[in-house]
Design a protein. Structure first.
Length: 418
């Protein structure tokens, strides 16, 4: 926490350490779209019949919805127990508002843009009009998934003699991409260090953290509860011990923590779920990319607590039906949140508007929580990807596609090519 106090320390990190983290994130983003394409096509074509795909799809969406509603409910429960009324002194509030009003108005503008579309807009958005355009933008992951599923199903429906070479191509491509992920991961330890060092030097005004302590601790307790729930559910339904799950997922969790982005972490999440948790490709390749974009338990739990915190701290009483509104809107908002840093806060604006918080209070409220948003974003992203892994295990178990772990190393075939 102290490097930013030394003269030159900040500049050194910015110039020489930050780029390592940036390169690493770029590499992960670079590989995400090719990975989704190759692995999902291979996954679907391995299924052999479409009814299995329908089964996996239905269960995935069902489990995702249930886990999100559970997360929001836990968030509300904790927020109501914590009681934030009067927890922020007026002078601290003014200070927070001063320091962060710019950031807050940026989030509000982004939310207004999201909201100006109709209720079915997200379905419309899922269907691309040009696949190359969709592939050119990492933010259009759902469009790519739509195209790939469409392609995979059509591949299942044609004459096997004709589909065989196409399948063989994607099979080989998939192996190449997975090897690229292995190679990228070789720099992960240095990159994680670089990302965290950059965050530390870029953090301003750490004193304000303390004022927001009760709120931040409530979010962290809620997130930890979610991890506890995942471990219990995995143990009950698959018999896998908590240590097994945490050991398998810890590299992906560390990466989620340091990048604050489920999308950037996706290649590693997929690899860990498949090779270390033992979920077969047919399930992993569908459940993980879809989960990265639509299943965000950590984000929805945070939105519930943040919404109650803002309302209570600003003396805006919430009735029971307004709390129910939070359940519905936070569930939908977490589906709509992009899997990138800070996205959860944009959608929080929509949750707060839905409960009727006046615009002036809303701006103050957002400015209020801005100071601690990044560390909480890091923690909620860990929960987001852990939730995806849990659902992958449950779906895998329920369709008989959960096996033994089979880790691969980057140098498995190195001897043959020397
Ligand atoms: N950063 C989160 C994620 O990528 C989204 C959010 O809560 O802001 O999963």
């Amino acid at each position: 926490m102290g490097l930013y106090k030394f003269e030159g320390g900040q500049g050194f990190v910015q110039d020489w350490i930050k780029p390592i983290g940036k390169i690493f994130i770029n590499l992960l983003k670079l590989i995400a779209i090719p990975l989704i394409i190759a692995s999902l096509i291979k996954g679907i074509s391995d299924l052999k019949d479409i009814s299995k795909f329908r089964q996996i799809g239905g269960r995935t969406i069902g489990f995702y919805l249930i886990s999100t509603v559970v997360a929001v409910s836990i968030g509300l429960l904790i927020a109501n127990i914590a009681q934030f009324k009067g927890s922020i002194a007026p002078e601290t509030l003014a200070e927070l508002q001063n320091a962060y009003s710019d950031g807050a108005s940026g989030k509000m503008a982004a939310a207004a843009q999201q909201k100006s579309s109709g209720p079915l807009q997200f379905v419309v958005d899922m269907v691309p009009s040009n696949i190359f355009k969709a592939m050119a933008d990492n933010g259009s992951m759902l469009q790519v998934i739509f195209f790939v599923i469409f392609f995979g199903i059509s591949l299942l429906l044609i004459d096997p003699k004709k589909s065989a070479p196409v399948k063989a191509f994607f099979d080989g491509l998939n192996d190449v991409i997975l090897k690229m992920v292995d190679l990228i991961m070789l720099i992960a330890p240095y990159a994680v260090f670089a990302l965290l060092a950059t965050l530390v030097v870029e953090t301003t005004n750490p004193d304000l953290f303390i004022a927001l302590g009760k709120y931040a601790i409530s979010v962290v307790i809620g997130l930890a509860t979610m991890i506890g729930i995942y471990l219990t559910i995995v143990y009950i339904f698959t018999g896998r011990k908590p240590g097994f799950f945490m050991k398998a997922m810890s590299p992906a969790q560390l990466l989620a923590f340091s990048t604050s982005s489920s999308a950037a972490t996706l290649p590693v999440t997929m690899e860990r779920v498949e090779e270390h948790l033992g979920v077969e490709k047919e399930v992993t390749s569908f459940v993980c990319p879809v989960g990265a974009t639509i299943n965000m338990d950590g984000t929805s739990l945070y939105q519930a607590i943040a919404a109650v915190f803002i309302c209570q701290a600003l003396d805006f009483d919430l009735s029971f039906s307004q709390q129910l509104t939070i359940v519905v809107t936070a569930t939908l908002a977490s589906i709509g949140s992009a899997a990138v840093p800070g996205a959860g806060m944009v959608m929080l604006v929509i949750v707060l508007e839905a409960v009727g918080l006046p615009a002036d209070k809303l701006a103050i409220g957002l400015a209020m929580i801005f100071a601690v948003d990044r560390p909480l974003d890091m923690c909620r992203t860990v929960v987001n990807i852990s939730g995806d892994a849990t659902v992958a295990m449950l779906v895998g178990k329920s369709v008989g596609k959960l096996g033994e772990p089979r880790p691969k190393n980057w140098d498995d075939h190195l001897e043959n090519v020397r």
